[in-house]
Design a protein around this ligand. Structure first.
Ligand SMILES: *Cc1c(COP(=O)(O)O)cnc(C)c1O
Length: 397
């Protein structure tokens, strides 16, 4: 029998409820919210020892605080990561994971199909500091290989990609990165820690926007960077401490409470998403449906190999273009027009005119974002109501 005193022996659902809890002397049941900028030392010697790193108590909330530490611990347990640092947003996590490792003269290779702000970081921000980026088609493995230069330090990808749910073989890209002397950073937002484990597939670093499924109720921004103790200490620890994109203790607390229900939410949303993907595929007004566990998904086999489920998001093309997509979405009653994902409320997004508007028509065409493409994040509503809503949208086209 396994020792249940050790969180390492708990299943994921148990880790999400109890992992990382620190109880104060009051023995509170629910995790405490420590709203404090600093910490009091019992004497001068204790302050000196803490600043010298001889005792591991807290010093200053920009460096770490009890509520953020609980969130980080719980996430590391769930991810199977040795270490992690939370951040104010997902983009702060992505920026730290990349900038923390890179310096002028280095080179980065990234898959083209990235979240819009991630494209900004690799295409516009890093080059300004002398770090050029080569963008590749994520499923073209020869393309990754031929992009490598002697100074390539980082490979960066997102899988499933936003918004067309392309699946990139993480193990294969990790092996190529390591052969080139580079690290692999994976943005795992769409899969969540429940459905895909990039570190186990060979990635060196995994980043999340916790704003999405981890909050899951559209309240707060947060992010986290995780990896080995060595990776975090070498590349992330000082970058975050000194530059300061720290998570607010309140947001860390919201995320901790969000984690308690992550498994039930994601699994229910995924059951609905599977059903809704099949429903959409049967409708004559829909040209194409993209959902990783459907047999007609272009990278279905890779998805089945590296994921434990298809996720909570469905992408589909409405027959026609922008006008038809707009008529469809404007006719919806329950599904809201917005741009979050992983929320309890179902959300529809037209990437070409919103999240991916900035990259322009050519770059959109390259990654398969047409004028009729819609991204649907499935929430916790009854799937029968969602299907009736989508049918009403299609009737309005
Ligand atoms: C939302 C998102 C981000 C950015 O996260 P924020 O919390 O909004 O800063 C990064 N990557 C992906 C895939 C996302 O969906």
């Amino acid at each position: 029998m396994s020792d249940l005193k050790s969180p390492q022996n708990w299943h994921p659902a148990t880790r999400m409820v109890h992992g990382g809890s620190i109880r104060s002397q009051f023995g509170e049941m629910s995790e405490a919210l420590f709203l404090t900028q600093g910490f009091v030392y019992p004497n001068m010697e204790a302050a000196e020892a803490r600043f010298k790193g001889q005792d591991d108590g807290f010093i200053y909330a920009r460096y770490g605080s009890p509520t953020a530490a609980m969130f980080e611990q719980r996430m590391c347990l769930l991810e199977g990561a040795e270490a992690g640092r939370s951040t104010a947003s997902g983009m702060a996590a992505v920026t730290a994971a990349l900038m923390g490792q890179l310096k002028a003269g280095d080179h980065i290779v990234a898959a083209k199909a990235l979240f819009g702000s991630c494209r900004y970081v690799v295409e516009e921000l890093l080059p300004r500091f002398g770090i050029p980026c080569t963008l590749v088609n994520g499923t073209d493995y020869a393309g990754w290989q031929s992009a490598v230069r002697p100074n390539t330090k980082v490979f960066f990808l997102e899988s499933p990609t936003n918004p067309q749910l392309e699946i990139i073989d993480i193990r294969r890209v990790a092996d190529m990165a390591h052969a080139a002397g580079a690290t692999l950073v994976v943005d795992n937002v769409f899969a969540t820690p429940l459905l895909q484990s990039p570190l186990q597939l060979g990635a060196d670093c995994v980043v999340y926007s916790a704003t999405k499924h981890i909050d899951g109720q559209g309240r707060c921004l947060a992010g986290i960077v995780m990896g080995s103790e060595e990776f975090i200490n070498t590349h992330v620890h000082n970058f975050l401490r000194q530059t300061g994109p720290s998570i607010s203790p309140f947001n860390a607390w919201v995320m901790l409470k969000g984690l308690e229900t992550l498994s039930v939410r994601v699994h229910q949303q995924m059951r609905s998403a599977t059903q809704i993907a099949d429903f959409l595929a049967s409708q004559s007004g829909v040209a194409r449906v993209l959902y990783p566990t459907r047999a007609d998904h272009p990278q279905h086999e890779v998805a089945m190999k590296q994921m434990r489920g298809g996720g909570t998001i469905v992408a589909f093309d409405i027959k026609g273009g922008k006008a038809e997509a707009f008529r469809f979405a404007n006719a919806l009653s329950i599904v809201k027009i917005s741009n979050n994902i992983g929320d309890a409320k179902s959300i529809i997004t037209h990437p070409a005119t919103t999240t991916h508007q900035r990259i322009g028509p050519e770059a959109r065409a390259e990654i398969g974002i047409g004028e009729g493409l819609l991204r649907l994040s499935i929430g916790l509503e009854d799937p029968q109501d969602l299907m009736a809503d989508l049918a009403a949208g299609l009737a309005a086209v």
